[in-house]
Design a protein around this ligand. Structure first.
Ligand code: PLZ
Length: 444
């Protein structure tokens, strides 16, 4: 079964129709009748199957995937170990509800999370369905465990689309606009954004801490929630020292430090978690996306004394830690570990940074190149300024799409192109994709 997938999908990008092709266009027309127009419709290439870093669309186009479904299929598509684990789990049982009649794979995922997340303290986890749900639970638990209410978040943050997580997310359009009222007791602080603020990590942390103390008061703060490298907000990688200084302040003040590693976790940045690069040990970590190879699974993992402070029955949900998703996570973690995909993420990062750096030298719209491992972005500016150039980002995405390359934009100002390739991408595939991006930038 696996080898037939290989033979159908192949390993090379190949465009055989206009994009979107006629079948995708017809499908898109059908979709418009029945799917809410509130969902993004920017990339109407309908997928039939996928393998590794290649998506095969219903018109027979082979599309190179530089987005991994927004950092989810980190180990690539149609990974034999995941197919096998999921098939085996499905054939045994698809659901019992862990709160009603539990099963081993849930416990095993929590064992892995306790071992892999930073710090050797005792940890427990709760499994959920989506990243947003993991963040919501982390905040619930931190509030209960501290008896405090305030939550600190940062400019450019993205934490989800549910009511609480919309409030935690910074950007209005499209995430929050007219969806309020939003949850209270959330305070937004300035992020460290080296390209735009020119501050050292220590200086940026000092600025944020002074503002927290003046406007909120340390003793009122339950949790400080931060993405160690921001995702949707523009792949903003804080200056060195920023996260350690915030972490120290939280420890000194009895505040729960929550690292949202939903986009940056599970080897994406060249280590299991992005906080590892600076040796930061969070009190809680939220994970999802890359955790389960495409199956919906999320987790909040934290210090046992915080996580276990919750009264019995206080956490849960019908589907959280579904046995099929849990089996996929165990297989995914094994693949990440056995194939040293963290190491591969670092190699991918070097290749991307080197290609983008030479592109930056002979073009005039790339203001900044940043990120870590296989989570790298370029921030586009108007020539000779630092003014955000969202039009360029839009044009580059459209150019790539038309040539069968999935490239994603992000950023508060919509002017960042981010690369999140599967870590199993080959050097040839990566060079091909970077070549199309270079053509796109030069075409502007
Ligand atoms: N925290 C850091 O990146 C999800 C959102 C895509 P869910 N990012 C992709 C979109 O437009 O909805 C994300 C994240 C970080 C939380 C989340 C939320 O995870 O699984 O989408 O709920």
């Amino acid at each position: 079964m696996v080898s037939s997938v290989e033979s159908v999908v192949g390993t090379e990008r190949k465009v055989v129709t206009e994009i979107p092709g006629p079948k995708s266009q017809a499908m898109h027309a059908r979709r418009k009748e029945v799917v809410s127009h509130g969902l993004t419709q920017g990339y109407p290439i309908y997928i039939d199957r996928a393998e590794g870093a290649i998506l095969l669309d219903i018109d027979g186009n082979r599309i190179l995937d530089l987005g991994s479904g927004i950092a989810v299929t980190t180990i690539g598509h149609a990974v034999p170990e995941v197919i096998e684990a999921v098939s085996d789990a499905v054939s045994k049982f698809t659901h019992t509800c862990f709160m009603v009649t539990p099963y081993e794979s849930y416990v095993q995922v929590c064992e892995e999370l306790a071992a892999l997340t930073p710090g050797d303290h005792a940890k427990t986890s709760a499994l959920l369905n989506s990243g947003s749900e993991a963040v919501e639970n982390a905040v619930k638990i931190a509030r209960l465990a501290t008896g405090r209410q305030a939550v600190i978040v940062f400019d450019h943050a993205y934490h989800g689309r549910t009511n609480l997580t919309m409030a935690l997310t910074a950007k209005n359009m499209p995430y929050k606009d007219r969806f309020g009222p939003f949850a209270p007791e959330i305070y937004r602080m300035p992020m460290s954004y080296p390209f735009r603020d020119g501050l050292s990590g220590e200086e940026a942390a000092k600025r944020a801490i002074a503002q927290i103390e003046a406007q909120v008061g340390a003793k009122n703060v339950a949790a400080l929630l931060i993405e160690p490298i921001q995702g949707e907000g523009g792949f903003i990688d804080p200056a060195p020292g920023f996260l350690p200084a915030l972490s120290k302040w939280t420890t000194d003040n009895g505040v729960v430090f929550i690292a949202d590693e939903i986009q940056s976790g599970f080897c994406r940045t060249g280590d299991w978690f992005a906080v590892n690069h600076e040796g930061v040990i969070p009190d809680m970590v939220t994970t999802a996306k890359g955790l389960a190879g495409g199956m919906p699974l999320a987790a909040v993992t934290g210090r046992a004394e915080l996580m276990n402070a919750v009264h019995e029955g206080g956490l849960g949900g019908t589907y959280g830690g579904n046995p099929v998703a849990a089996a996929a996570a165990l297989a995914t973690i094994k693949v990440l570990r056995d194939r040293n995909l963290a190491g591969r993420a670092r190699e991918i990062g070097e290749q991307i940074v080197s290609a983008l750096t030479s592109l930056q030298k002979d073009t005039n719209i790339i203001g900044d190149i940043r990120g870590r491992g296989a989570m790298i972005a370029m921030e586009l500016i108007e020539p000779g300024t630092k003014n955000p150039n969202a039009a360029a980002a839009k044009a580059i995405v459209a150019y790539c799409n038309a040539r069968g390359v999935v490239a994603l934009a992000c950023g508060t100002f919509g002017n960042v192109i981010r690369l999140l390739p599967p870590l199993v991408i080959t050097d040839e595939q990566l060079a091909d994709g970077l070549g199309v991006i270079a053509e796109a930038v030069r075409s502007l």
